[in-house]
Write a protein that binds this ligand. Structure first.
Ligand SMILES: Cc1ncc(COP(=O)(O)O)c(C=O)c1O
Length: 393
């Protein structure tokens, strides 16, 4: 066998379904409700701050762990909102998106042979991140309709090899916001087995009426065993800026910073100042953000209901999972292909969020972080579903 070939560690990684759906959406001129990025504008004040930073020659490498001003803003924001003290110098590392933060955390906190518990359906990076760190992901199911876990199943997943558990709340793809009780069950197991909690809280500002975000680090005894990842991407609609961070117990920060330095050196310089501007936006920006997303969620749910989908209404984040088993397709992937090619709406097959797609429920994920016009256009296109169903019958 030639030595000019991909390494074994990448052979188990599937191609990104999001990339493929976005490619098909372009090819078929479909409304793209697959990938999780907004198609509306970012706040003017933060765009101005980014442009000003470029004009002010903030164009060379940033301090590797982030400017002190940005790290301070991140620390103060977390402390003010959740009452958890954070020391910027000892606990905050700015990375190229929370994606890199998660990778840096896994590479610096896991050893080969360790196990990492991941809830499924899962955000696609967690499994590969664990594998790249030499660890083995162990999956525990969240089950519809409430996407809750069975505490006994979770208990059984913990063992002497368990080193970490990933908790993503508000959750992609399910829209679940973990309750304080559920988080406490996880926290108790982490303390009992001496396990690190890695909390991906990137959607912490997108939470709907009746629910609230509880950060894992705010639970008693958890600040010292939780790394929280977050970033600018979702809250400020700037997924392309690639600014994220990890807030870690001081003992873990050095390792995270070393890995981050080797992976990327530093996050893009002009966006450090823009990040400070973002984190200084007034409280009503966040109230408006949540209210806007709530009305988009309601619009999306209404559209789906009118076109015969059975949705699981999300309590946070900007996705809705829908049961599609009654549409008569062999799999959700086949239905997603049909929707993008024949109906003109791109979605993500829910089974792609499971380690064993064949055992997953037949669902589709719709992303609604889109302009209302985009959602109305999807509505029009989905009307073809019933016309086509008539033709197919
Ligand atoms: C759960 C979750 N975590 C992390 C990310 C990536 O965020 P970032 O842009 O900060 O890398 C996403 C993006 O879709 C996500 O859904």
């Amino acid at each position: 066998m030639s030595k000019i070939r991909a390494a074994r560690r990448v052979s188990s990684f599937a191609d990104s379904v999001f990339g493929e759906m976005t490619r098909l959406a372009r090819l078929h001129n479909a409304v793209n409700l697959s990938q999780g990025f907004p198609d509306f504008e970012a706040p003017q004040a933060i765009k101005d701050a980014a442009c000003a930073a470029i004009q002010a020659e903030q164009n060379q490498y940033a301090p590797p762990y982030g400017t002190l001003a940005l790290r301070d803003a991140i620390a103060k924001d977390f402390e003010r909102r959740f009452g958890v003290p954070v020391i910027a110098d000892e606990q905050v590392t700015v990375c190229c998106g929370s994606t890199e933060a998660m990778m840096a955390v896994m590479l610096s906190c896991l050893d080969p042979g360790d196990e990492v518990i991941v809830f499924e359906p899962f955000y696609e990076n967690y499994g590969p991140d664990a594998i790249l760190a030499g660890a083995t992901p162990r999956y525990v199911r969240l089950r519809e309709p409430a996407w809750s876990f069975d505490p006994d199943e979770l208990k059984k997943a913990f063992n002497n090899r368990t080193r970490a558990i990933v908790i993503n709340s508000p959750n992609n793809p399910t829209g679940k916001v973990f309750s304080r009780e559920e988080l406490q069950t996880i926290a108790d197991l982490c303390q009992r087995w001496d396990v690190l909690a890695i909390a991906d809280e990137i959607y912490d500002r997108v939470v709907y009426a009746g629910y609230s975000h509880v950060p894992m680090a705010s639970l008693p005894g958890m600040a010292e065993r939780t790394v929280t990842t977050n970033g600018l991407s979702k809250t400020y609609s700037v997924t392309g800026w690639r600014i994220g961070w990890a807030i870690s117990p001081p003992a873990l920060t050095g390792g995270i910073r070393k890995i981050h330095d080797f992976l990327t050196v530093a996050a893009p310089t002009p966006f450090h100042d823009a990040g400070v501007a973002a984190l200084s936006l007034p409280a009503h920006f966040y109230t408006q953000l949540a209210a806007d997303y709530q009305s988009k969620r309601d619009l999306m749910l209404d559209i789906l209901q009118r076109h015969g989908f059975t949705s699981y209404p999300p309590s946070g984040a900007y996705y809705v999972m829908t049961d599609v088993s009654h549409f008569g397709f062999a799999s959700d992937s086949e239905f997603a292909q049909y929707l993008v090619k024949e109906v003109g709406v791109a979605t993500v097959p829910g089974s792609s969020f499971y380690i064993d797609p064949a055992s997953a429920p037949q669902t589709l994920r719709f992303c609604f972080s889109k302009r209302d016009e985009t959602l109305h256009e999807a509505d029009k296109r989905l009307a073809k579903l019933s016309i086509n169903a008539g033709d197919r019958a």
